[in-house]
Design a protein around this ligand. Structure first.
Ligand SMILES: Nc1ncnc2c1ncn2[C@@H]1O[C@H](COP(=O)(O)OP(=O)(O)O)[C@@H](O)[C@H]1O
Ligand SMILES: [Mg+2]
Length: 240
């Protein structure tokens, strides 16, 4: 049985793409078959950080009814990636309402399909929420991000999606990180009450993440001993 997760947030820059990338690689390392889907069709951030260069067929093409689906899947770091296309014209041709059809066909042989989604509220961000089994909400520990996550919660209810839990990323204070990682703490309870979902994981702010993005290699592979990698491993273990 395949489980389809959408990694979502409404707010940009909180770490959706980084979570999808590292979680995907770790689940694959744990022996699971993983398809990463770059559904941020305008930016294609996941495709960029994974360093997939030349890609003759992309999700843009499939959503425009062009190209063979099997040729749009690329293997990298043990995962399969369905990349976004590089051009604006490709983005404009892509019809997000076809995403379900594409993933029904391409996603069926995997254990996990992880969809990286765009920020904002649009047909592009709503489609992955509608078709997934569960939503992984990414949030940073600030008011704007938790507000956005609370809005996302309301949207998921509206479209009938189920929230699996919340990942708190870019945590700057070690003491706050420690509290979030405890099974029971006031900090954890506040977030869980506000967002009506359990905290699945917490990842610190870590310069190793930025370095890894620049080198086009997931931080869990480039710097496995880094604090961020430890956070991602605990998260993957919670979901595997
Ligand atoms: N835990 C972290 N520590 C430091 N930098 C991070 C962390 N998570 C993400 N970043 C950086 O923050 C920026 C935004 O992350 P990204 O995953 O692209 O967010 P989103 O997909 O939500 O827009 C990127 O430059 C990324 O490298
Ligand atoms: Mg992104």
């Amino acid at each position: 049985m395949v489980t389809v997760y959408s990694v979502a947030s409404i707010k940009g820059g909180v770490g959706k793409t980084t979570v999808a990338e590292n979680l995907g690689v770790l689940l694959a390392r744990a022996g699971r078959k993983v398809l990463l889907v770059d559904a941020d069709l305008a930016m294609g951030g996941l495709t960029t950080v994974l360093g997939v260069g030349e890609r003759p067929v992309t999700l843009h093409d499939l959503l425009a009814g062009r190209g063979e689906p099997e040729k749009a899947v690329y293997e990298i770091h043990g995962v399969h990636l369905l990349p976004s296309g590089p051009t604006i014209s490709g983005f404009l041709r892509a019809d997000p309402t076809k995403l379900k059809e594409v993933l029904d066909e391409l996603g069926k042989d995997y254990d996990f399909v992880l969809i990286d989604t765009p920020p904002g509220i649009s047909k592009y961000s709503l489609m992955p929420l509608k078709l997934c089994d569960e939503v992984l909400v990414v949030v940073t520990p600030d008011l704007a991000a938790t507000d956005a996550a609370a809005r996302l919660e309301a949207i998921t209810e509206l479209v009938g999606a189920k929230v699996r839990g919340v990942i708190v990323n870019r945590v700057k204070e070690q003491s706050f990180l420690d509290k979030l990682l405890k099974r029971k703490s006031r900090a954890r309870e506040i977030i869980q009450q506000r967002l009506k979902a359990q905290v699945l994981g917490a990842v610190p702010e870590d310069p190793a993440v930025v370095e890894s993005a620049n080198l086009r290699r997931p931080v869990v592979l480039l710097k496995p001993k880094s604090a961020a990698s430890r956070g991602f491993r605990a998260l993957a273990a919670a979901l595997a």
